[in-house]
Design a protein around this ligand. Structure first.
Ligand code: C5P
Length: 193
């Protein structure tokens, strides 16, 4: 049976970097599920129709990383029909040998409830805003309000809200370097295997 690692958490918590590093370390496939919602948001028009017609080329657009794309993603991600249309693709991805790492908001709770390892990666708001600001080359103060607004919407929605699975390990990376967080995640994955 393939090994599945589910990584959830709020925006800019470090979960994407941890997911990518784990996948590289173990030779697993990696899916950044936020990209699916970002692509649907960026396509504009009817989000349900966009979710139906989504192709890999849509995920390769280079305007998906902006704060605006994040906000648009968060709005379409609250629509139950949009989420339902993405479930099979994500579960199929998770079943690949020798294993897969998926990161998002509902991986441990809804998409892969049987994942062998679940991490809920978080960091305090200011640290997350600083990290994302450094990535995007923008002001951290502007980003803080944007991140908080997005997290509040993601946590409050009724369709697959952002929350840790009951059996997730909570990973607060506020006081860790990214290398320390990755090393700890690798150690936890070894223990779980
Ligand atoms: O992870 P990222 O910041 O790229 O996600 C963008 C948005 O997509 C999130 O704010 C959230 O609304 C949505 N999302 C989701 N479920 C996931 C991944 C992302 O609702 N599994």
């Amino acid at each position: 049976m393939p090994f599945t690692i589910a990584i959830d958490g709020p925006a800019a918590s470090g979960k994407g970097t941890i997911a990518r590093s784990l996948a590289r370390h173990f030779g697993f496939h990696h899916l950044d599920t936020g990209l699916l919602y970002r692509a649907i948001g960026a396509m504009g028009g009817d989000p349900v129709a966009a979710a139906r017609s989504l192709t890999p080329a849509d995920l390769a657009r280079d305007d998906l990383r902006t704060a605006e794309a994040g906000q648009a993603a968060s709005r379409v991600a609250a629509i139950p029909e949009v989420r339902a249309l993405l479930v099979d693709f994500q579960r199929g991805f998770a079943r690949q040998d020798p294993g897969a790492v998926l990161d998002g908001r509902d991986i441990g709770t809804v998409i892969c409830p049987d994942a062998q390892l679940k991490l809920y990666v978080t960091a305090c708001d200011e640290v997350r805003a600083q990290r994302r600001a450094a990535e995007l080359g923008v002001d951290a103060g502007d980003l803080l309000a944007e991140l908080r607004e997005r997290d509040a919407r993601d946590a409050a929605r009724s369709a697959s809200p952002m929350r840790p699975a009951d059996d997730a390990l909570i990973f607060d990376t506020s006081d860790m370097t990214i290398d320390e967080a990755v090393a700890l995640a690798v150690a936890r994955a070894r223990e779980a295997g």
